[in-house]
Design a protein around this ligand. Structure first.
Ligand code: AHR
Length: 531
């Protein structure tokens, strides 16, 4: 080869390499997503109660999941599993809704107190025996052990007003009434605290098939007579009373919200509510047919697309509430939400046992972000359900326990509890799969109780990583650090044998001219604090 030829070849090669480099950096630039946090503006409080849990007498949710009994070989404190308590403490559960669900409207509290318990049935959930060994005292002990608060749902369907009123007196009375003495004789002289009271559950269906008008009349009587007597709750820190609200978005449900909120807006008599419940599961078909694991990208995209409908539903019912309650005194409490899939093959069909995959972690983050963006009206939410049922935090099998990807998201979001919402702008882009088109990225920001700026970014796209250029108005961001959660596949799960497949990993970024570059893995949830 002549020298001239070699020089020519070298210069062609150099030009080509330069072109490639330019193309790569152009692509990288085109792909980077700008996330701008405006820390000079603040919004409402992101109420810690948005991270509430729900524990119903259903399948292994209570029995096996929480309660094993004091004589069990499984390590326990007064019958309550120590491993489960330790895990729940770490996610700072703000409240637990109990005893249901549909179960609540067939629950008779006297069956679950004292040394001799009535043995009854659980007609809603498999018709199995309900031993009532986990009752009021055991629930309150559990709440105390995990450092949470009680959200008690009273039986407005098959119970009487007197039964519910007596229950609240039994739980909360400080003075020496007969019911207070009975509670003391059963081991707890001091009054318990009930932070939230549910006035029935799904009264339009399993709670008694009521019309909104009939429910309203009944609810008004309950809200008047079912009182909290705990002396510590008289002045401030009063018990919140939550009325049954909608279970969907069509006219049946808007009529329900309209009926209850109109009456609230006009009320001049002695009843009041501080919350309206809303139930919304992510379930594409009924009965639930989607698999909780062993699925591909089609089901990933379809379920996540479907979960985003929560936003429309909140908008719809908030608009009705705004008409009658412009001051937003009544909170919208989404006290049942989460993914509802087909029961696991071989499991009892009435026990609602399902697996929990990376898809559920992404789904949880998207919902928590939607709640945060509506934090002025949505001030409570309870994922269904806490242990062994539907989109659970924890799965147990005898002495074994595993923490699910959803649990990891709740843990990563702890800094958002009682934080202050901060507006965040981002060009989400689009993730497309077949007929499904979703925002590729989602993000929320907040000022935590610790004074730090916290940012959450979800990369929904299961195939492409996302380069995030994070900037904070008015602040020269020096660094960011936190945790990121992902897994090899959209349906990856944690199992009893491999419990650490999906656990958060550290992530950090250094500032470059006031901006932070974060590279997020495909299908990931990331929470960082910014210095
Ligand atoms: O969470 C399971 C059930 O779903 C609840 O008992 C009921 O309220 C809802 O229909």
């Amino acid at each position: 080869m002549t020298a001239a030829k070699s020089i020519l070849l070298r210069s062609i090669f150099t030009t080509f390499a330069c072109l490639l480099l330019t193309l790569a950096s152009t692509l990288a630039f085109a792909q980077s997503i700008q996330v701008s946090v405006d820390a000079s503006k603040t919004g409402p409080k992101i109420d810690r109660n948005l991270f509430g849990q729900f524990a119903e007498h259903l399948g292994y949710g209570i029995y096996g999941g929480i309660w094993v009994g004091p004589d069990s070989p499984i390590p326990n404190t007064r019958g309550i599993r120590n491993d489960v308590v330790a895990a729940l403490k770490a996610i700072h559960v703000p409240n637990v809704r109990w005893p249901g669900g549909c179960f609540a409207d067939e629950y008779h509290w006297r069956n679950g107190i004292g040394p001799e318990r009535e043995v009854t049935l659980n007609p809603n959930w498999g018709g199995v025996i309900e031993p009532n060994t986990f009752g009021t005292h055991e629930f309150m002990d559990f709440i105390d052990q995990i450092g949470s608060e009680a959200y008690v749902s009273v039986n407005l369907g098959s119970g009487t007003v007197k039964e519910a009123a007596d229950w609240l007196e039994y739980i909360t009375a400080g003075q020496e009434t007969t019911l207070q003495k009975e509670r003391a004789a059963n081991g707890h002289p001091a009054p318990y605290k009930v932070a939230m009271l549910g006035l029935g559950n799904e009264s339009w269906d399993c709670g008694g098939n009521m019309t909104p008008e009939y429910y309203l009349d009944r609810m008004k009587v309950f809200t008047h007579f079912v009182r909290n007597y705990n002396p510590a709750q008289q002045e401030k820190d009063q018990m919140e009373k939550i009325a049954v609200g909608p279970g969907g978005g069509d006219q049946r449900w808007t009529d329900w919200t309209e009926t209850v909120m109109k009456a609230y807006g006009q009320h001049t008599w002695s009843w009041g509510i501080s919350g309206l419940s809303m139930h919304n599961y992510t379930v594409v078909k009924w009965p639930p047919a989607f698999k909780s694991f062993g699925f591909g990208e089609d089901e990933y995209a379809q379920i996540l697309k479907s979960t985003l409908e929560m936003d429309d539903l909140i908008n719809k019912h908030s608009a009705i509430m705004d008409k009658y309650d412009p001051g937003k005194k009544v909170a919208l409490i989404v006290d049942e939400w989460g993914a509802w899939y087909a029961p696991l093959p071989g499991s009892h069909q009435g026990f609602l046992v399902q697996q929990n995959s990376l898809r559920d972690a992404i789904l949880a983050a998207l919902n928590l972000n939607m709640f945060a963006r509506h934090a002025d009206r949505v001030r409570g939410a309870n994922i269904a359900q806490m242990i062994n049922v539907l989109q659970a935090m924890i799965l147990t099998e005898k002495e074994k326990m595993v923490l699910t990807p959803t649990y990891q998201v709740f843990k990563m979001y702890v800094p958002f509890q009682d934080s202050t919402f901060i507006p965040v702008a981002f060009n989400a882009g689009t993730y497309k799969h077949g007929e499904f088109s979703l925002p590729r990225v989602d993000a929320v920001a907040a000022k935590g109780k610790d004074g730090k700026l916290w940012v959450e970014i979800t990369n929904v796209d299961p195939n492409q990583s996302a380069e995030i250029e994070l900037s904070v108005t008015g602040i020269n961001a020096k660094s960011a650090s936190g945790e990121t959660l992902t897994a090899p596949k959209v349906d990856s799960i944690n199992t009893f044998d491999a419990p650490h497949t999906i656990v958060p990993k550290p992530i950090s970024a250094k500032g470059q001219g006031g901006r932070l570059i974060l590279k997020l893995e495909p299908k990931s949830v990331t929470v960082v604090s910014v210095e």
